[in-house]
Write a protein that binds this ligand. Structure first.
Ligand code: SF4
Ligand code: SF4
Length: 404
């Protein structure tokens, strides 16, 4: 390193001395004043700096407040949006909840209705099964010889009421009464065959009360069948006019008055009281006080082209409405009364002896019961599958259409 020459250093030192001499006060007072001046000057500089600092802080603070306001507004907007969102969310949730509940209800209702339908179907199936099994039982019963006999017999073929389509053809029957001697003979023979036992015997017609000697028939019927339920099946129109002999015979022979309630002008309550006053049992057909008669229609095929076995199988009158007439028994009431239709309309539906069994020729009750459980030739005229029930009751106009 190069060291400056001594002459240069001394020159500079003199220069500094001169400068200090010029700058420094020449006395301590002056020095003090100078210092005072410097201190004040420094203080001013501090104050100035302080002011500037405060201004800067104020400026920063005010700028910060503006930003804060903006932020605050922004936050408020955000809060409002959040609030809206929450409200929308809540309302959508409420809608969803309601829809869910309604779906639940629909599901529950559907389930209930499905269960109800299943239950109803089960009932319907059971009903059909029961009906079919009843029908099968009926068919079986028709073809099975009965163990005891019940039968009916007409005391009069004609009738004073004339119901449309009457299956005894009474509205078109000529007046005809059963003969009392024949009646007694037939009852005696049946009593002999069935050892005095029958379940039910219906004395009917036509209208049985039209027979002037009805009281005597009751005696004969009871004498031959002491234990049977014997009734007079009647339309009741003549009951009020019956004499004491009739009522006494009913009472003494334990005959039941069995009227059908027809929609005619008849005081049925008064008839009940009348029977009660004579101590005679009075029971409506069907054992109900309310049922009013409707009509059944059993149409015939007058050409006789039906399958007799099938007709018998479907017929609810077969082997049930067993009918006694002129010493013969029929499995139903149609074949023995068809003569009224033939006579009235000039028809020729066959009246075959093979339709009935001769009670005098029959060797036993069993032979009769077996005969009654089989189709007869006349079944070829019947169409039981076309029979109608529950038709409004009306009087006959005597037209063939009521029976075909
Ligand atoms: S009341 Fe009627 S159904 Fe009975 S026999 Fe007379 S017409 Fe026939
Ligand atoms: S004739 Fe007619 S009503 Fe008589 S049993 Fe035969 S199908 Fe039945």
């Amino acid at each position: 390193m190069l060291t400056p020459p001594v002459s240069d250093i001394s020159t500079k030192r003199n220069g500094i001395k001169a400068w200090l001499k010029r700058k420094l006060p020449s006395s301590s007072v002056a020095m003090e004043q100078k210092l005072q001046y410097l201190l004040e000057n420094i203080q001013k500089q501090f104050d100035l700096l302080g002011e500037q600092q405060l201004k800067r802080e104020d400026r920063i603070l005010s700028e910060s407040n503006e930003q804060n306001e903006i932020l605050k507004k922004y936050m408020q907007q955000l809060a409002a949006r959040l609030d809206n969102l929450e409200k929308r969310q809540n309302s959508e949730l409420a809608v969803l909840k309601a829809e869910l509940e309604s779906l639940d209800n629909i599901l529950a209702n559907n389930q209930l209705s499905v269960m109800q339908k299943i239950e109803q179907n089960e009932k319907n199936i059971l009903r059909v099964v029961h009906r079919r099994s009843d029908r099968l039982e009926e068919i079986d019963n028709r073809h099975t010889p009965r163990t005891d006999i019940s039968f009916e017999v007409a005391l009069a073929e004609h009738c004073n009421l004339r119901c449309a389509g009457c299956d005894h053809f009474s509205p078109i029957a000529e007046p005809e009464f059963v003969d009392i001697e024949e009646f007694e003979r037939d009852f005696s023979r049946l009593s002999e065959l069935f050892v005095g036992k029958a379940q039910e015997i219906h004395l009917l017609g036509g209208e049985p009360l039209l027979h002037p000697k009805i009281a005597l028939f009751l005696v004969i019927a009871r004498k031959n069948f002491p234990q049977a339920v014997i009734d007079i099946t009647t339309n009741g129109l003549l009951l009020k006019q019956m004499n004491e002999e009739f009522w006494t015979s009913c009472r003494e022979n334990k005959i039941v008055i069995r009227p059908t309630k027809y929609p005619v002008n008849l005081d049925y309550d008064a008839l009940e009281e009348l029977a009660a006053a004579h101590n005679v049992e009075y029971r409506y057909i069907g054992d109900t006080h309310d049922t009013i008669k409707t009509l059944n229609k059993y149409p015939l095929d007058i050409n006789g082209l039906q399958d007799a076995r099938r007709s018998f199988r479907l017929c609810h009158r077969a082997n049930k409405c067993i009918y006694l007439q002129h010493g013969r028994l029929y499995t139903c009431t149609v074949a023995p009364t068809i003569r009224h239709l033939n006579q009235h309309f000039g028809l020729s539906l066959s009246e075959d002896l093979a339709d009935s069994i001769d009670i005098y020729a029959a060797k036993s009750a069993q032979e009769i019961l077996e005969f009654l459980a089989k189709p007869i030739p006349f079944c070829k005229y019947c169409m039981p599958e076309k029979s109608q029930s529950g038709l409004a009751w009306r009087q006959s106009e005597g037209k063939l259409s009521e029976w075909i």
